[in-house]
Design a protein around this ligand. Structure first.
Ligand SMILES: [Zn+2]
Length: 388
């Protein structure tokens, strides 16, 4: 039978009696009552002895259930709402219930579904490279990277939109997975993001200037991604066709792209097709802000470096999205972006690959013949006009 402690926290705290909790638990190992042996895996260790920590006491109910007591505000035990603590020494697959038993509010958003934030630091791996495809067929490969500049958080929402769409049951996503392999590095600069940097990595490097010669110790994420892309490019079974690096822009409006300049005019025209198709799908994407350049200052960027490395039939772009807002064709005022509209741009980027591969007949076009003819005319039109 369970042995519950008869401690009455309400009374003790209100009275400020001698049971009132004053300190936080400090690496407290909670074992079954009367347990004589040494600590073993699964005996939870609670700690709140750190800045902003709060946990006053822990009672063992069973291996799977614990009563937790919030440490009241200092010199004012009426307030018991904030808690913040760590738990270690869990056994794999151990599931536990924590009852916070002395919460002082009778009404709170917990009633409406709010839940505490739980962060695990021991999950096996964080997703540094995602592969999205239907594994049964050999196919074209699209490589996407994002957040090389840590302060450009809109890039993460755009990237999230791409991922959400590609893994969805949307018919366009299903067709894309059948014909294309998407490899996505959602966060190229995790250290910089963790530290709250704006532009640089932990060691102060703007990683988007080191693609030519990244060092494994100074630019490890970049080095690994570059190595993977170089390997894939040498593998005759891999057909790497697109590289897109997602950024956010602090002075421009809308979504837009940067592309490369090539000697062969035909390649230049082919490169303009994807942005044009995207413009058709995404009302916030601006073709007039899209530009193609070979600035020396951008030589170390992913777009420039891979544009030189990959073969003629591949396309490398930087996709930028405004930190703030977009103007659509008929609008008179700029519309501020939201998390949702950033993600929508990502979804539109993903579905533009279907239009691209239909034009290039990789994916069979099942639309009525007259629509197909129209699209073919549009295709010719796209390839035969250069950008303004
Ligand atoms: Zn950037």
């Amino acid at each position: 039978p369970k042995q519950r402690n008869t401690f009455k926290p309400e009374i003790a705290f209100e009275a400020g009696g001698e049971d009132a909790l004053v300190g936080n638990v400090n690496k407290l190992t909670v074992t079954p009552p009367g347990y004589p042996g040494a600590q073993r895996k699964g005996h939870l260790v609670f700690d709140a002895c750190f800045e902003s920590g709060n946990l006053g006491r822990v009672d063992y109910i069973s291996e799977f259930e614990f009563d937790l007591f919030i440490r009241p505000d200092t010199c004012n035990p009426r307030f018991r709402v904030w808690f913040n603590f760590t738990v270690e020494n869990v056994r794999e697959t151990q599931r536990v219930i924590f009852n916070v038993v002395n919460f002082s509010k009778t009404k709170s958003l917990y009633r409406d579904g709010m839940s505490p934030v739980v962060k695990s630091t021991s999950r096996p791996k964080w997703l540094d490279l995602l592969t999205i495809t239907n594994p049964e067929r050999g196919k074209k490969l699209v490589f996407l990277t994002s957040r090389v500049h840590p302060g450009e958080s809109p890039a993460s929402f755009v990237c999230q939109g791409v991922i959400d769409f590609l893994v969805s049951q949307h018919p366009v996503a299903q067709v894309l997975r059948d014909h294309v392999i998407f490899k996505i590095v959602p966060m190229l600069n995790p250290d910089g993001v963790y530290l709250g940097n704006y532009r640089c990595s932990l060691m102060g490097f703007d990683l988007n200037r080191y693609w030519q010669d990244p060092s494994p110790w100074a630019h490890p994420t970049l080095h690994a991604v570059k190595q993977l892309i170089v390997q894939m490019n040498q593998d005759p079974r891999v057909n790497l066709e697109f590289y897109i690096d997602v950024h956010a822009h602090s002075t421009m409006l809308n979504g837009f792209m940067y592309g490369n300049v090539f000697e062969e005019e035909e390649r230049v025209r082919r490169q303009a097709v994807f942005p044009r198709l995207l413009c058709h799908n995404a009302p916030d994407f601006s073709l007039s802000s899209t530009s193609f350049n070979r600035d020396t200052v951008k030589a170390g960027t992913g777009r420039r470096f891979l544009g030189g490395l990959l073969d003629d039939s591949s396309y490398c772009y930087t996709l930028e999205v405004s930190f703030y807002s977009y103007m659509t064709a008929g609008s008179t005022a700029a519309v501020p972006y939201t998390e949702e509209t950033y993600m929508k741009l990502g979804r539109n980027v993903a579905r533009t690959f279907l239009d691209y591969y239909k034009l290039n007949t990789l994916i069979k076009d099942n639309r009525p013949a007259h629509i197909q003819r129209l699209c073919l005319q549009l295709n010719k039109c796209l390839i035969n006009t250069t950008l303004e």
